[in-house]
Design a protein around this ligand. Structure first.
Ligand code: GCU
Length: 378
């Protein structure tokens, strides 16, 4: 295991030089966790807010309320209790509600740890009755392994369309004049995940110190940002998150910043568009996003047929984030060799696998996330 960032860069990527996370804006080298937390971490977080994901106009609104719409025992053949909770808020532009669907293992001693999925695929994938099931959110398997399965739908927070920020939480909280660093839709979804966390903290069935936030693709980007901003998430899972998710942007294959900003102009802030075709001018790269999760657990999953996301660039983020984990005495993956397909790495606070197949979130992926957390959590 190499111990300096420069050695990582040369060993893992040859020419692809990324910014060194461990130099402060004053040019001082960060050598201790305390210095990271007090000086450099806030700098890096501010850079991501300013140049990429945006600044939120509000965090937890005073108006936030939880309404437990239903608690139903005897679900999943008696193995789970179902809860449906409306998480509501109000701002100058109106009211909004996020519906949380939660299955808690019945027989297990409470509180239990939980996996929270940020679901973009709609209600078919979070059927409360469990008539429709898919590997995208295998709630039965999660419960079987002793974790609560929680999910919310991104549309409740902000519909995934470019409407000049009229609908969703933008319409509720934004000022009329949106500054060039104002939050976009991914920032809004991450905000939604934090509001769900506000509820989970208040639910005595849930161990709020052991909540994982997970997402696939655009919600994988969201999970990483949510985990970076909100340190209450103990474990952050990115599945096939690709560009502006886990993948290093400099030298990335597949989707570029220009392409993502052109096709999805509402996802990030306006400032990010000034980096179209100028990845090398960014003051950050995506390994620094993963670094913000340290010393908590982070898992990056990829798929062999997902060139658009670029599995190697996703893997490199973990490698390049390792020096920050080392400040806390954790070794990360323990390797900078890109692994064989379906040979998961359960490292020291870092996990990784590359599944055989296409861009998707599957039962196989979930099994690896759960295996990782079973080991880390014991
Ligand atoms: C598009 C987009 C990706 C995104 C993906 C998804 O392919 O270009 O950045 O991750 O959609 O969310 O499935």
């Amino acid at each position: 295991m190499k111990d300096s960032l420069t050695e990582y860069l040369i060993a893992a990527s040859g020419e692809r030089k990324v910014p060194d996370t461990l130099y402060t804006q004053k040019g001082e080298k960060v050598t201790a966790a305390e210095q990271w937390e007090q000086v450099r971490r806030p700098e890096v977080l501010a850079l991501f807010r300013e140049h990429v994901y945006g600044v939120n106009p509000v965090e937890r609104p005073d108006s936030l309320s939880f309404n437990i719409v239903e608690t139903k025992e005897g679900m999943m053949g008696g193995k789970a209790t179902r809860k449906q909770v409306d998480i509501s808020f109000e701002g100058p532009g109106g009211k909004g509600t996020i519906r949380l669907l939660l299955f808690v293992p019945s027989k297990q001693k409470k509180p239990v740890p939980a996996f929270l999925l940020i679901n973009k695929r709609g209600l078919d994938h979070m059927d409360p009755e469990r008539e429709k099931r898919s590997g995208y959110w295998p709630a039965e398997s999660i419960v079987e392994r002793g974790y609560a399965a929680a999910v919310f739908w991104t549309n409740d927070v902000d519909p995934d369309e470019h409407d000049e920020f009229k609908n969703g939480v933008h319409g509720i909280f934004d000022d009329k004049e949106r500054p060039s660093n104002a939050w976009g839709t991914i920032g809004a979804w991450a905000w939604g995940a934090s509001r769900v966390m506000d509820y989970l903290e208040a639910d005595s069935d849930i161990d709020a110190d052991r909540v994982a936030v997970a997402g696939h693709s655009r919600t994988g980007k969201t999970a990483l940002w949510a985990g970076a901003v909100d340190e209450r998430f103990a474990f952050v899972i990115s599945n096939d998150s690709g560009n502006t998710g886990a993948a290093i942007s400099r030298g990335k294959i597949g989707e570029t910043i220009n392409q993502i900003n052109t096709k999805f102009p509402h996802w990030f802030n306006e400032n990010y568009k000034t980096y179209n075709d100028k990845e090398f001018d960014l003051p950050i790269d995506q390994h620094m996003l993963l670094s913000l999760i340290a010393p908590r657990s982070v898992y990056v999953a990829s798929a062999t047929e997902d060139e658009w996301a670029d599995p190697k660039s996703e893997f490199l983020s973990l490698v390049y984030a390792t020096p920050v984990y080392q400040l806390y005495g954790f070794n990360g993956l323990g390797t900078n060799q890109f692994p064989q397909p379906e040979s998961p790495i359960i490292g020291d606070k870092m996990g990784h696998h590359i599944r055989i197949g296409k861009h998707n979130l599957t039962q196989y992926d979930w099994e690896q996330f759960i295996n990782f957390w079973d080991q880390i959590d014991k």
